[in-house]
Design a protein around this ligand. Structure first.
Ligand SMILES: [Fe+2]
Length: 289
C-alpha cells in the first residue's frame, strides 16, 4: 500500500479465519506491516467482532453486557443525514486530526478493525502514516528525547480543537487524562515507533508551551506528505491497523451525503507491550471482554 508499510491481502474470507486457521499468518503480517487491507469482505457485525476478538479483548467504552460494533456515521436514528454542525458530524470531523485510537482510555487500543458500509461520491478517505518508519527518519538525539518522554492524553483535548460544545459532552468528559511513553517498541520484532495522538496535550516535566511544541513536532515529523497512504474506501473493505505504530485521520467529504464506517477496537494486553509504555511500568486495569 505504501513503500514503508501496509499490505493488501486478497483471497481470504475473514468469516473463515479462526485462531488456528489464518489468524497466525494474519497476526504475523499485522506485526510486520502495521496496516492490512482485506477488500470486498462485507462482514456482518458478528463476523467483524469475531475477527477482532482473535487479536485480544474487545474495547467497550460504554461497558455494556457485550461489546458492540461502533458505527462511525453521519446518519441519524430517523434516517436523515446529520447537519454539518450536528454533534454527530462534529464528532466525525474530530477524527480528521492525526491520531491513534483510544490513547485517552485507561488501557489503550492495540488495533482497530474498520469496515466501510456506505461511502460518499468523493472524499471521506482515511490517511495513514507509519510511526515506525517515521521513527527511522528521526535523528538519534530526537529518538533519545522521545524515549524519555511521557505524554498526557485526554479525549476532550482533541474534541475542543473542533468545537467547545463537543468537548463538553459527557461521553467525552468521562475519561480522565492518561499518560503513556512517546515510544512503543513492538514486543515481537523490537521495532520502535512514536506513540502520539491529537489527544496528547502535555508532556511530563515540560511546561505547557514546550510540551505542546514537542507534541506538534512529533506529529509533523511522522506525517510529511510522502509518508502518507490514502485509502479510498469501497464498501466491504476491511482495514486492520496497529495503533502502536501508526497515525491516521479521516478526510472531509460532502457532508450532505451519508458516510458509514463500522469499527471495533481491540484493547492492548501485556503481551502487546503495555508495560513498556506505562509510566510506572505497571499494568493498567480494564475489564477483559
Ligand atoms: Fe480513529
Amino acid at each position: 500500500m505504501h513503500p514503508d508499510f501496509g499490505v493488501s491481502i486478497a483471497g481470504v474470507d475473514l468469516n473463515a479465519v479462526t485462531a488456528e486457521a489464518g489468524y497466525p499468518e494474519i497476526r504475523a503480517a499485522f506485526e510486520e506491516h502495521s496496516v492490512l487491507l482485506f477488500p470486498n469482505q462485507h462482514l456482518d457485525d458478528e463476523a467483524q467482532l469475531a475477527f477482532a476478538r482473535l487479536f485480544g479483548p474487545l474495547e467497550d467504552r460504554i461497558e455494556r453486557p457485550a461489546p458492540k460494533i461502533a458505527p462511525l456515521s453521519n446518519r441519524k436514528e430517523d434516517g436523515s443525514v446529520a447537519a454539518t454542525d450536528d454533534m454527530k458530524t462534529l464528532s466525525l470531523k474530530a477524527n480528521q486530526l492525526w491520531h491513534t485510537d483510544s490513547t485517552f482510555l485507561p488501557v489503550p487500543a492495540l488495533a482497530n478493525v474498520l469496515q466501510a458500509r456506505t461511502v460518499t461520491s468523493t472524499g471521506g478517505e482515511t490517511e495513514f502514516a507509519s510511526t515506525r518508519a517515521g521513527w527511522q527518519r528521526l535523528t538519534s538525539a530526537q529518538q533519545d528525547r522521545a524515549r524519555g518522554a511521557f505524554l498526557w492524553h485526554r479525549f476532550s483535548h482533541s474534541r475542543a480543537r473542533i468545537d467547545p460544545d463537543l468537548a463538553r459532552q459527557p461521553e467525552i468528559t468521562k475519561w480522565k487524562a492518561e499518560c503513556w511513553r512517546a515510544v512503543w517498541p513492538n514486543p515481537v520484532n523490537g521495532a520502535e515507533a512514536i506513540y502520539v495522538a491529537s489527544h496528547a496535550f502535555a508532556v511530563e516535566g515540560m511546561d505547557q508551551a514546550e510540551g505542546a511544541a514537542f507534541i506538534d513536532e512529533l506529529i509533523a515529523a511522522m506525517t510529511p506528505p510522502e509518508a502518507i497512504y490514502t485509502h479510498r474506501w469501497s464498501p466491504g473493505d476491511v482495514l486492520l491497523w496497529d495503533e502502536r505504530a501508526t497515525l491516521h485521520r479521516g478526510l472531509p467529504w460532502p457532508y450532505a451525503e451519508e458516510r458509514t464506517l463500522v469499527s471495533i477496537c481491540v484493547t492492548a494486553t501485556p503481551a502487546d507491550g503495555l508495560a513498556t509504555v506505562s509510566r510506572d511500568g505497571g499494568l493498567p486495569v480494564w475489564p477483559a471482554r
